[in-house]
Design a protein around this ligand. Sequence first.
Ligand code: R5P
Length: 282
Amino acid sequence: MNIIGGPASQLLAGRVSKLLNADLLVSEFRKFPDGELYTRIVGEIDTEVTIIQSTVTDSDLVSLLLLIDACCDTDRLNVIIPYMGYARQDKKFKDGEPISARAVAGAIRADNVFTINIHAESILDHFDAKAADLDATPAIGRYIKNMELKDPLVIAPDDGAVVLARNASVDLGIEYDFLDKTRLSGDTVMIKPKNLEVRGRDVIIIDDIISTGGTMAETISLLRSQGANEVYLACVHPVLSGNAVLKLLKAGTKGIIATDTIDRTVSVVSTAAVIAEAIKNI
Ligand code: R5P
């Protein structure tokens, strides 16, 4: 089987091919003078191919579509989209809007598709292919377990992320909780951990995505005001747009832990083993 890494997932594709002992094909990525993308897979394409490409930018998405087309003659095509852009527009929030996640999923032609901690699992239904979502949070949990932390507590910034906090911590015996918002009056809300006390403890806030850093920055301030000791941030997908890193450091985080679904300097946890296992089990 060939592994083909798109431009956004070269390192991850290399790691997966090593784990599977599969042939990593090299591709060329260039731009025409007018800005259009050019892609060519160098070497003979096998009868079974796995393309790995996150779609962080629009160009990444086009690159993925081009790679898929280049592999259209294979017997079996697996597409791994470790981070799928546009997944947060998984429904119409206002009249006249598209369901962008559906538009993106509809453009992917493959036999099998895997995503990792996709923003909403309902998006999987929009793929024509057999689609499944993989969970990288246990790998994040193992990383956290090996850190030297004082009475650690994993916290989800909202109840939507509580499943991430649970999956990252429960098997390792680390406590987890989520922030709970209680409305006190028309214009006052109280936000605090639902069940557990953070005072004096090292806290790891976990979410699926850190994009602008706004959600995390607010959560850091809140936990610090409640007496948390060091506050670390963990996420599956470090989008980290604009000045997010500066914002988070200014807010007082001790460090950011993320996976390599997006290749950033904070991507210290690899999802390669999770992907390799999924491919083995197809
Ligand atoms: C939202 O639904 C997601 O789970 C994240 O909380 C959100 O995408 C984070 O975005 P930002 O970093 O811009 O606050």
